[in-house]
Every structure is written in structure tokens, then in C-alpha cells.
Design a protein around this ligand. Structure first.
Ligand code: IPE
Ligand code: IPE
Ligand code: MG
Length: 240
């Protein structure tokens, strides 16, 4: 089935099953307006809401968003505190809508530094949306692709799995979201051409789509453009 939305031709059969997004550029958005960085984060959240809604409506199965990297802990304490608090508020605020829109939320990352109250709201949101069968929204918080791989190795050793039993399939069972397929499409906003330690193991054959647009300016139309571009690409996976 082909859909024409906002002048973009979307083929439902070729839709990416899993979209991952590096939501970058909040600080620059604020700076350009002479606002404090936190205002960029606030506007960014509005865009994230819109994005989740659009992905749900389109019928995307998985959406993984990079909310806070394991490297982001080095930011000024004030910004980190603001972000942690913002996550808590947004989670609390959004759960009823997620339930209504049939979205299941899950969190991935290394959570040892996440404040207790934020952790509690994350667990609560997961519990409240556990049986939702539409879009699965994975939020990467305190996430690093390398940490995820190291954590997987530790779990494998702890379980005493012998080397001859370790292959890619077994290894994937120890990642943060073992049941989730690799992303088909990775979008990065704000023009940086790097992956910044996001989904390191999972993105080896992911199609990359980069836009100069800053995250707080990212519209549903731009998502449709990314999807439409993706659908025109030929994925070869090493073949001919
Ligand atoms: C992305 O925006 C949000 C987070 C990393 C939490 P930035 O805060 O990195 O914004 P820029 O890159 O400084 O513009
Ligand atoms: C990546 O953005 C992390 C998130 C969007 C949460 P950064 O702003 O941290 O990435 P770098 O430092 O520019 O690579
Ligand atoms: Mg950035």
C-alpha cells in the first residue's frame, strides 16, 4: 500500500521496521535564540512527542531514541540535573498518552548513576505500558554502545557459557534489548556525521540519514522525507 503524506510517497511494505534517532542540536537551537541550553531541551521534548505519535500512526514497530549518552555525564552538573528531572517529568506526563496510543516504553542503558526517583519513574512507565502492542519505544538513557557490549561480555562470563557456544545469535541475547531487531534506519539531526557511541553492535548495516536541521526544529514532514529516502535505497548486506 502506498501513502502520500505531506507530498512524500511512503510504501507501507518498505517501511523501516526499526528507526533509531540521535536527537542532537538542542543546545545550538537555544544558543541561536540567546536562550539557555535547557530551553532547547524543552523544545526538543515537544518534537520527541510528535515523533513518537507519527511513528505510531505510520505503523513503525520499534523506535529507539538517544536521550542521554554515557558520555553526557561529563556535562555541567546543572545541565545533567535539569535533564534527569526533565526525564522524570516527561515520563510521568506522557504515560497516559502512551497507554492510549498503544505504545510500549522500554529503557536501555547502564543505569547505575541514574537517580533513584528517575529510575522509579522509568520502571513505573515500563510496567504501565507492558501490555501495549503497537509501537515499542526504546529510550536510551546513560547509554553507550561500548558499555552495552562490555556488559554483555560480563553477563556471558558470569553465566559460564563456553566459547564454542558463543556466536552472534547467542551474543545478541545478552544485549540490553535482546528481542529487538537491529535498526533499519538511523537518523541524526544537527549535521554531525558520527554515531557518538549509539547502538554500536546493532548499526553495522543500518542506513544512515543525516540532516542539518536541529532537533527542536525536526518536523514530522522531515521524518517522512527520511523514510521516503530510505525506501529508495538498495540494501545489499554484502551481496551483489
Ligand atoms: C542533544 O542536544 C540532547 C542531549 C545530548 C541530551 P545537545 O545538548 O547535544 O545539543 P548541542 O549538540 O549542544 O547543540
Ligand atoms: C549524542 O549527542 C547523544 C544524544 C543525542 C543523547 P552528543 O551531543 O552527546 O554527541 P557529540 O558529543 O556531539 O558526539
Ligand atoms: Mg550535541
Amino acid at each position: 500500500m502506498r501513502l502520500n503524506i505531506a507530498n512524500y510517497d511512503i510504501d507501507k511494505e518498505r517501511l523501516p521496521r526499526h528507526i533509531a534517532i540521535i536527537m542532537d542540536g538542542n543546545g545550538r537551537w537555544a544558543k541561536r535564540r540567546n536562550l539557555p541550553r535547557i530551553e532547547g531541551h524543552r523544545q526538543g521534548v515537544r518534537r520527541t512527542r510528535q515523533l513518537v505519535e507519527t511513528c505510531g500512526k505510520l505503523g513503525v514497530d520499534y523506535l529507539t531514541i538517544f536521550a542521554f549518552s554515557i558520555e553526557n555525564w561529563v556535562r555541567p552538573e546543572k545541565e545533567v540535573k535539569f535533564l534527569m528531572n526533565l526525564f522524570k517529568e516527561v515520563i510521568k506526563d506522557q504515560v497516559p498518552d502512551l497507554v492510549k496510543n498503544n505504545v510500549r516504553i522500554r529503557f536501555i542503558g547502564r543505569f547505575d548513576r541514574i537517580p533513584d526517583d528517575v529510575m522509579k519513574s522509568m520502571r513505573w512507565a515500563e510496567e504501565m505500558t507492558r501490555d501495549r502492542s503497537g509501537l515499542t519505544l526504546l529510550v536510551a538513557i546513560s547509554y553507550g554502545g561500548r558499555s552495552e557490549i562490555i556488559d554483555a561480555v560480563k553477563k556471558i562470563i558470569k553465566k559460564g557459557i563456553p566459547p564454542h557456544r558463543i556466536d552472534e545469535k547467542t551474543f545478541c541475547e545478552f544485549l540490553y534489548a535482546p528481542d529487538v531487531p537491529s535498526p533499519d534506519l538511523l537518523i541524526r539531526t544537527s549535521g554531525e556525521c558520527r554515531v557518538s557511541n549509539f547502538l554500536t553492535y546493532q548499526t553495522v548495516y543500518t542506513e544512515l540519514w543525516i540532516t542539518k536541521t536541529l532537533w527542536p526544529d525536526f518536523t514530522p514532514a522531515l521524518l517522512l522525507k527520511a523514510i521516503s529516502d530510505y525506501e529508495k535505497r538498495e540494501r545489499r548486506f554484502g551481496g551483489v
